[in-house]
Ligand binder design. Sequence first.
Ligand SMILES: Cc1ncc(C[n+]2csc(CCOP(=O)(O)OP(=O)(O)O)c2C)c(N)n1
Ligand SMILES: [Mg+2]
Length: 356
Amino acid sequence: MAVRPATEKRSRASAAPSRTQKSGKSANPAVNYQVAEFDKDDELKAYHDMLLIRRFEEKAGQLYGMGLIGGFCHLYIGQEAVVVGIQKALRDGEDQVTTSYRDHGHMLACGMDPKGVMAELTGRQGGYSRGKGGSMHMFSREKQFFGGHGIVGAQVPIGAGLAFADKYRGTDNVSVVYFGDGAANQGQVYETFNMAELWKLPVIFVIENNRYAMGTSVSRSSAQTDFAKRGESFNIRGEQVDGMDVRAVKAAADRAVEWARSGNGPYILEMQTYRYRGHSMSDPAKYRSKDEVQKMRDERDPIEQVRKRLVEKGWASEDDLKEIDKQVRAVVTEAADFASADAEPDPSELWTDILR
Ligand SMILES: Cc1ncc(C[n+]2csc(CCOP(=O)(O)OP(=O)(O)O)c2C)c(N)n1
Ligand SMILES: [Mg+2]
């Protein structure tokens, strides 16, 4: 899969704040619009995988509204290109993934079963944590998915620990740890950066800069909003990437994976992305205008970008795309039906799977 510079003109509605695009002082490049060349199968798979996440999240939102999901529920709608593009560069079931509480998309991208994820959301025994973990705490050893973490930034040292284990065991696996722009201000992130570079750990830090940490925009919370530079004082390479274009994400992920897999140590990818929904289901999102969200949906939507290319290149007709949507909706409906009908864990399960 070759890499070529993108020729499309980018609109000002790019997920990137304009001042980061102008930055020229750092050794790190400004937003990287270089894209991987996707053939028909790549585009169709990306379309399917991103649509699965979107439809799954829409359904999770509905089930939450119906009172079937308790506790917190953080939707990933708008950010789908990030996990789908990164996963495309990984070895399934070998490279590890760790993320925050906004985690359903990451699990689906890793190939975890939508039924098991949805059943965990509704607290049923067929869920990935047997109905006892919920939205923020799911794991799969088979898919090498290590959670799902509710404490902001907690997954960052865990991801580096996984990379340490990879290196210690002499494998060439890499560990990908996703965290947000808000989490990037946590102290443990920098302790981790230091050790990861010192020990040349094969870890890729993916900062999902969706421009908000709960209700606080990056410019209000961060002294340095070029997150790709956050590793500079540790000599960690970083790039800013157009996280709304799955091809750009894939190209950047290829560079980062190649770097880490060959023993060069950690790499930072700042994904410039955007979440369409509130921070969690209980957030009315009054800190930003409806126009801002609509503009992003209209001009930068990651799924729409792929859909447009597929149609323009004659790789899929509108009917073909409707068929994919139908198949995806059937998978999601099946997951929701299972998650509504499956039994809750038996009360005796309160005393299993715990440290005591
Ligand atoms: C240590 C800690 N501090 C505060 C919180 C409350 N909290 C939950 S999510 C969040 C914002 C994190 O934003 P970001 O890292 O940008 O991720 P996003 O939600 O945008 O994906 C905060 C402050 C927490 N869960 N853990
Ligand atoms: Mg954020």
